[in-house]
Design a protein around this ligand. Structure first.
Ligand SMILES: [Zn+2]
Length: 93
């Protein structure tokens, strides 16, 4: 037989993203603007090792860059290295 008692369990706290702030301009309004809006930029550099059988580890650097800075800062910067044609591709949800 098990005898139970009631105890208080403290609420857990969890770290969640409240908002994104652009690492270039410092603004937070250049990201998704509500339900259905998509303005995403992923700039991530990962390095480390992965075992084909599973496991592995490494480090990553992730930059949060708003849509405007991606278009007006990053794309022209890349073009400055001689890449004159940057193609946009269609995507689906
Ligand atoms: Zn920005």
């Amino acid at each position: 037989m098990k005898v139970y008692k009631k105890i208080n369990v403290p609420a857990k706290t969890k770290k969640v993203i409240d908002k994104k702030v652009c690492d270039i301009c410092g603004q937070s309004d250049g990201f998704n603007e509500g339900w259905g809006s998509v303005k995403e930029t992923d700039v991530t550099h990962r390095y480390g090792s992965c075992d084909p059988d599973g496991g592995g580890s490494g480090k990553q650097i992730e930059l949060d860059i708003c849509h405007t800075c991606f278009e007006n800062v990053l794309v022209p910067w890349v073009k400055g290295f001689g890449k004159t044609k940057i193609e946009y591709e269609d995507w689906d949800c």
